[in-house]
Design a protein around this ligand. Structure first.
Ligand code: HPA
Length: 315
C-alpha cells in the first residue's frame, strides 16, 4: 500500500485508528448494527428512545473527535428501534470547530469498520426555497460543496475506497422513495431539495443566500457533506434529511439565532423520530437482501459491459 495520511492523534494510519475505534465499540455491545443515524443539532433526542441500548461517550472511543457544538451530546448509542439494530450518533463534529475534514469524517470510517452499510444523515439547515417553512423536513436529493475543501484530499488509502469516488447516486434513490412512502403513511409533509454546505460558523449574508438560490441550492448548512463524501468513498448508502430550523438569511426580516435553530429541532423531534423509526425497517430489509459487495459488483459488471463492443455488432 502507498503512503497513507496520518491523522491528528499519533503515528498510526487513519485506517488503523478507525479499526482500533471500531474494535473498542464492538467490545461494548453484543448488537451488530448495519444502519447508522447521525443526529444533527437539536435532533439528538431520537437516540434516547432506543431499546437494549449501550451508550458510549465519544471521549472514551480511541481517536474519536469530540463535539463542542451546542445541541450535540457526543455519544454513540447502539440499540434497537422498531425492531432494527442501529448505531446512532448523538451529535457530530464540524469543520468550523477547527477539526480537519479528515477528523470530521473519522466517525463515518469507524461506522463502516463496524459493519455499517447505510446511513441516515440528519441536520439542521436554513431554508432557501420559498416552498419551505420553519420546521419542515426535507430529503436531500443532492449537494453543493462550498466548504472550500474535500475530506479525501491527500494520499488515498484503498482499504477505505477508490481514489475518485462517484457521487452521482450517493443520495440513494430507493431510500428517498422509502422515506416518501413512510411520510405519506404517517400523514407528514416531506420536501426534497439540494443542500449547500458552507464552512460557517457565521450564518450567511442575504447576498450569499441569493447567490445560493441562483446556483440551485434549496437549503444551507455547515455539516453533512464531508460525511456524505466519506460514505461514498466507503460504499455506504446515504439518506439525508434536513430539518429547516430557520429561513435562511434575508428571507425574513429578522436575524438568525442559534436558540431558534435548537428550539425548532426540539419542536419537530416527535415527527422526526416517527419518520426515522418508520424508515429503519425498510433500509434494513434492503440491506438484508443485498450482500455487502453487490453494489460494487454490479458497477464493475456494468462498466465492463459498457467497455466491450456489443456481441455480433458492427466491426
Ligand atoms: N445557515 C447555515 N447553517 C444553518 C442554518 C443557516 O441558516 N440553520 C441551521 N444551520
Amino acid at each position: 500500500m502507498s503512503a497513507v495520511k496520518k491523522s491528528g492523534t499519533g503515528g498510526a494510519s487513519a485506517f488503523m485508528q478507525a479499526e482500533q475505534a471500531a474494535r473498542y465499540v464492538l467490545g461494548r455491545t453484543r448488537l451488530r448494527p448495519r444502519v447508522a443515524i447521525v443526529l444533527g443539532s437539536g435532533l439528538g433526542a431520537f437516540a434516547d428512545q432506543l431499546s437494549e441500548a449501550s451508550a458510549i461517550e465519544y471521549r472514551k472511543i480511541p481517536h474519536f473527535p469530540i463535539s463542542t457544538a451546542i445541541g450535540h451530546a457526543g455519544r454513540l448509542v447502539i440499540g434497537k428501534v422498531n425492531g432494527v439494530t442501529v448505531a446512532a450518533m448523538q451529535g457530530r463534529v464540524h469543520f468550523y470547530e477547527g477539526y480537519s475534514l479528515e477528523q470530521v469524517i473519522f466517525p463515518m470510517r469507524v461506522l463502516a469498520r463496524l459493519g455499517i452499510r447505510a446511513t441516515v444523515l440528519t441536520n439542521a439547515a436554513g431554508g432557501i426555497s420559498r416552498e419551505y417553512t420553519q420546521g419542515c423536513l426535507v430529503l436531500l436529493r443532492d449537494h453543493i460543496n462550498l466548504q472550500g475543501s474535500n475530506p479525501l484530499i491527500g494520499p488515498n488509502d484503498d482499504r477505505f475506497g477508490v481514489r475518485f469516488p462517484d457521487l452521482t447516486q450517493v443520495y440513494w434513490k430507493p431510500y428517498r422513495e422509502f422515506a416518501r412512502e413512510e411520510a405519506q403513511r404517517l400523514g407528514m409533509q416531506l420536501f426534497e431539495g439540494v443542500y449547500a454546505a458552507l464552512s460557517g460558523p457565521s450564518y450567511e449574508t442575504p447576498a450569499e443566500i441569493r447567490y445560493l438560490r441562483a446556483i440551485g441550492a434549496d437549503l444551507v448548512g455547515m455539516s453533512t457533506v464531508p460525511e456524505v463524501i466519506a460514505a461514498a468513498h466507503l460504499g455506504v448508502r446515504v439518506l439525508g434529511i434536513s430539518c429547516v430550523t430557520n429561513m435562511a438569511a434575508g428571507i425574513l426580516d429578522q436575524p438568525i439565532t442559534t436558540e431558534e435553530v435548537i428550539e425548532t429541532g426540539e419542536r419537530v423531534k416527535g415527527q422526526f423520530a416517527a419518520l426515522l423509526s418508520a424508515i429503519m425497517p425498510r433500509i434494513d430489509a434492503d440491506l438484508a437482501a443485498s450482500a455487502p459487495q453487490d453494489d460494487l459488483k454490479k458497477l464493475s459488471r456494468a462498466k465492463s459491459a459498457a467497455a466491450k463492443p456489443p456481441r455480433g455488432g458492427r466491426h
